[in-house]
Every structure is written in C-alpha cells, then in structure tokens.
Design a protein around this ligand. Structure first.
Ligand code: PEP
Ligand code: MG
Length: 579
C-alpha cells in the first residue's frame, strides 16, 4: 500500500482499478505487469510494429509520387529497423522475462540503442540516434493511441491515472465508467481540474510521480476531498474509504434537499447563484442543483472536441439548447477563450513559447475575425430566445474592449441587412482576469454592462504563477493579499459605476471563501454546478453582518497563510461536515 498526497480538485471518493494513460512526450516509467498479462502485452508490441510498418509504407509510397528522394531514404531506413527481427525479439523478451509493459519495453530498448549510437565516433552512426528516437515515438504513438481509443470505449469502471490530461481528453470521458482521475501534473484551477469538477468525477492532481509508482490494473483509491491517492490499499483502508464515501454521498443527498430553497442569507439578502458550464447539456444539471442561470458558458469547448471549426449553425444550436433550459434567466455566453492550455486540433502542433502570455482568448479572436464574427452572429441570433448576455474574456485594456464591441456592431449591421431578429439591447460585459483590467476597472466600467471576475487567471497573472503547474502550486492562492486587493478594487469600481459584478473563478466554488466574497460586496456567484447546494447551504447559514466582519478582518491581514487558516476556521464553525 502506498499513500500519495496531491491537490484535491474535484470532490468525492473513487475506488477502482487503475487505467494508466502514458504520454509519448514524457519518459515512460518502468511498470510491472502480472504474468497473466504477458501474452497480451507481447501481442501489443507486435501490433504496434505492424501498424508502424503499414503507416511508414504508406508514407513511402506517397513520397514516391512526389519524388522526394531524401524523405524516401529516411522512411526506408526506419522501415529496415522496424523489419529487424532481432530488435523485436529484444523488446518482447524484455516483456516476457522482466514482466514490464509494452510501452516501457519499447522505450527502454530503443533508448538504449540510441544512446549507444550517440557514443559512436563515426558521425554518420551517431546522427542515426535521432532516427531511433523517431521510431520510438512512432511505436509509442501506436501503443498509446490504441489505449486512448480503448478509453473511449470502456466497458468496466476505472480510475484514470496519467502524467497529465488535456481539458479535451477529460471532457471526453464517459462518467459511467471513469470513476476518478489522478494526475502527476496540474493545479487547482487548471482547466482539466475545472472539467473534472463540472463532470462530478473525483480528482486529485499534482501527485508528482504517481505514474511511476503504479501499474495498470492496481486498485487505487482517489480521495477528491482530502487530496489523497492510495495505491493497492489494504482491506482495512478500503473499508474505511467505503465508509467515507457513504458519508459523503449522504451529505450530498442532504444538501440536494435544499435545492428548491432560495440562496438567501439569514438576514434576508438574496444571492444569485449561477452555473459555469462547458457544454450545453450541463445547463440541465445547473437547474437540477438549484442554480439561477448560467454565469459562464466556456464556449471554446465547441472547438476543442472537434477536428474542424464549428459552423454558425452549430454555435447557434448549442446556445439555443442552453437557453431553452433557462428561458427567463440569464445565460452569459463567453466568447471563445482559446490558446494557453486550450488548443484546437489544428493549433495543437504549433505551440507558442509562452502560451499564457501569448495569442490567447480575445487576442486570438481579434486576429481571427471570420471565426469571431461567426460566433457573434450565432449568439445574437440566439439572443431572442431568452436573456442572453455576451462576455469578452481576458480584456487587458480599453482599446481591446472597444474593438470587440465594434466588431459586435458590425455583426449587428450584417443581421439588420439579412433581416434577422436579435436583441438590440443585448448586455455586453467583460471578464476581469488581468491585473491591468482590475487596475483600470473604473475606466472599463463606463463601457461595460457588467463585470465578472475571473479569479483563476487574475491570480496567475498577479502572482506570476502558472495555474496548471504543480511545481509552483503552493504559491498559487486566490486569497493572497495582492489578489484580494485587486478584487476589492474591481468590486468597488463596479458599485460606483452601478454595473453588475459577479465572480466566476473557482473561488466561487470554494466553501471557505464564500463569506469573504459576500463580505466584500459580491451578490452574484457563478460556480461549478455540483457545488451549488453546498455553497447555498453556507449562504443560508450566515448573515451579511458576519460576512462583513470576516472581510474587514481579512483585509487587514498581510499573510496568505493567516488568511487561509482564518477562513477555514470561520467556515468550519458554520458547516463542520465540509472539512
Ligand atoms: C477565470 O480565469 O477565472 C475563469 C473563470 O476563466 P477560465 O477558468 O475559463 O480561464
Ligand atoms: Mg480565465
């Protein structure tokens, strides 16, 4: 039994057999298999060789047609290696005798050969090392690609273990079979964590070297409440966790009972609770959990799950489906926030050196006007179906906001010419998620109908800490005094300008931070749908006066540690079951 600690990012407890998804971009750890799996793993090696040979033969034929003789030579060299029986035997022997996975055997043997080549004095031979690494990647792609396909067609319950998962991969998991997620990488507000929370799959991230200490098929416990993963637990630990799991489900059940009740503080102040969604079908879950509408629809997921750009009609259908659930309540559609950790299939292969500071979000839209206009066209068409609002992400200055609004006006004119109906008074707001936007909120408020504070990005840009990097995850905190000061400024400026202000970052899903947000003057929160009942319970247990007291005290504190521990204590008194 081995116990690992990471960051709890999605609550709940999973006990299941592990399914490991390795990545060809990272070293494949040595991982043992059971003697009963030997034949299957050897067959996987053979299949991978066969598929790689087929793939290369096709490429060689294609290069024949375009008469690329140099490329053809490279393919021929690679094919010779792949046809070498002794190479295949070395790999299958390693699986057979050492009982290791196919991935590990391929990687270990080919890397050993590459390293011997590198040492050769003859430069022709030493340069061949690059070819060997190429062959290794091609074989691993076959092995891992097949495994990823298997994940899409699961027939039994599993806990997925990986070095890291992309938000797109996570969004594609079938909740009926994927019971939990555990990754070496990641942070609390990485998009993979956000998607896991939305799907309600228990998840722990930042486990550092978990994938090196687990074999496929090992039983694993993923405790998404405490941030713990137990590999090969003993029977007593399993019993203990089964009991935790029952207690957790009972608490969830109890909280679900308050879904019909309003989110009103004990002294009668109404708080609006909206849901954050990535897909239209989640809108129904927001309603089920007692939410008042959609405060953040992350529309970029329309692009992430598809090989081609969605059409205007596909955009429209997604928005119409969402609005049909909340006809007379707000649905805030955020324009696409692509880039950084969310790349479309076509951009995936052209990574930027510093993607979080690069061509992401509104910047990407402003440089891809056709794409941007297509989305705005669809949002405007859907605006007559309900209370649709538009929100622009990652605004850093007033020009950007004005430019985005100008393009919106262009699209409105197009619709006028086409005699298509839309809401001419549609509200247009912006996300405040950069320090520059927070510090100029008073100016931005003149031209925005509302603000929503994206604390996930605001924290990473204020503290210069990558929100998805486990190596600096202890430095990432939304209740750092610097971040809180910016949040307070934005709230005050929005109040002065009399525009709506909400918070839609993960802080709004975190029980221990709710009193502080209310005390700072926020009355609308947008959060992960599964967390709505718990947050409502907290709201119904406090008075605004209590919250004001908490906020007053917190804003005099200089240390993040002091703030966090004070907030935990204050919330524990109200909802002891949460901790
Ligand atoms: C945020 O940055 O806080 C936010 C809500 O947007 P996202 O998490 O999608 O970047
Ligand atoms: Mg953001």
């Amino acid at each position: 039994m081995e116990i690992k600690r990471g960051i709890a990012v999605s609550p709940g407890i999973a006990i299941a057999k592990s399914l490991i998804i390795d990545s060809e971009d990272y070293r494949i750890p040595r991982r043992s298999i059971d003697a009963s799996q030997r034949t299957r793993e050897i067959q996987r090696v053979r299949n991978a060789f066969k598929s790689a040979i087929d793939e290369l033969t096709q490429l060689e034929t294609a290069s024949d047609q375009i008469q690329e003789s140099k490329i053809k030579d490279i393919f021929a060299v690679h094919l010779r290696f792949l046809h070498d029986r002794s190479l295949r035997k070395k790999i299958t022997d390693l699986v057979r005798l050492d009982l290791v996975t196919a991935e590990y055997a391929v990687s270990a043997i080919l890397r050993e050969i590459a390293s011997n080549f590198t040492k050769a004095k003859d430069t022709y031979i030493s340069e061949r090392a690059a070819d060997i690494y190429d062959i290794e990647r091609r074989l691993l792609r076959q092995l891992l690609g097949k495994k990823r396909e298997d994940v899409e067609h699961l027939t039994e319950e599993v806990a997925i273990v990986a070095r890291e998962l992309s938000p797109t991969q996570t969004a594609g998991f079938n909740k009926d079979f994927v019971k939990g997620l555990a990754t070496d990488a990641g942070g609390r507000t990485s998009h993979t964590a956000i998607v896991a929370r939305s799907l309600g799959i228990p998840a722990v991230v930042a486990l550092e070297d978990l994938t090196e200490n687990i074999s496929g098929g090992d039983t694993v416990i993923i405790d998404g409440n405490r941030g713990i993963v137990v590999v090969n637990p003993d029977s007593q630990t399993i019993r203990q966790y089964e009991q935790y799991s029952q207690e957790f489900l009972a608490l969830e059940h109890k909280l679900d009972a308050i879904k019909e009740k309003p989110a009103v503080t004990r002294d009668g102040v109404k708080i609006t609770l909206l849901g954050n969604i990535e897909f239209p079908d989640e809108a129904e879950q927001v309603l089920q959990k007692g939410g008042d509408g959609i405060g953040l629809y992350r529309t970029e997921f329309l692009y992430l799950n598809s090989e081609s750009e969605p059409t205007e009609q596909e955009h429209y259908q997604a928005y119409a489906e969402t609005v049909s659930v909340f006809k007379h309540r707000p649905v805030i559609i955020r324009t696409v926030d692509l880039g950084a950790d969310k790349y479309t299939q076509s951009r995936r292969f052209a990574p930027e050196p510093n993607p979080f500071l690069g061509l992401r979000s509104i910047r990407f839209c402003l440089q891809n006007l056709m794409m941007f206009k297509t989305q705005l066209h669809a949002i405007l068409r859907a605006s007559v179906l309900g209370e649709v609002k538009i929100m622009f992400p990652l605004i850093t200055n007033i020009q950007e906001m004005m430019q985005a609004k100008m393009i919106l006006r262009d699209v409105m004119e197009d619709l006028d010419e086409e005699s298509v109906d839309y809401n001419k008074n549609i509200q247009v707001g912006i996300m405040i998620e950069t320090p520059s936007a927070a510090l100029t909120a008073f100016t931005l408020a003149r031209d925005a109908d509302f603000f929503s504070i994206g604390t996930n990005d605001l924290t990473q840009y204020t503290l210069a800490v990558d929100r998805g990097n486990e190596l600096v995850s202890t430095l990432y905190s939304t209740v750092d005094p610097a971040v809180l000061r910016l949040i307070r400024t934005v709230i005050q400026d929005a109040h002065k300008a009399q525009i709506d202000i909400s918070i839609c970052g993960e802080i709004a899903s975190e029980p221990e931070h709710i009193m502080l947000m209310l005390g700072m003057g926020v009355r609308t929160l947008s959060l992960a749908p599964p967390m709505i009942p718990e947050i409502k319970q907290i709201i119904r247990s406090v008075t605004i006066e209590d919250c004001n007291d908490v906020a007053r005290k917190i804003l005099t504190m200089n240390s993040e540690r002091q703030i966090s521990s004070y907030l935990r204590d204050a919330t524990r008194k109200i909802l002891p079951e949460t901790f």
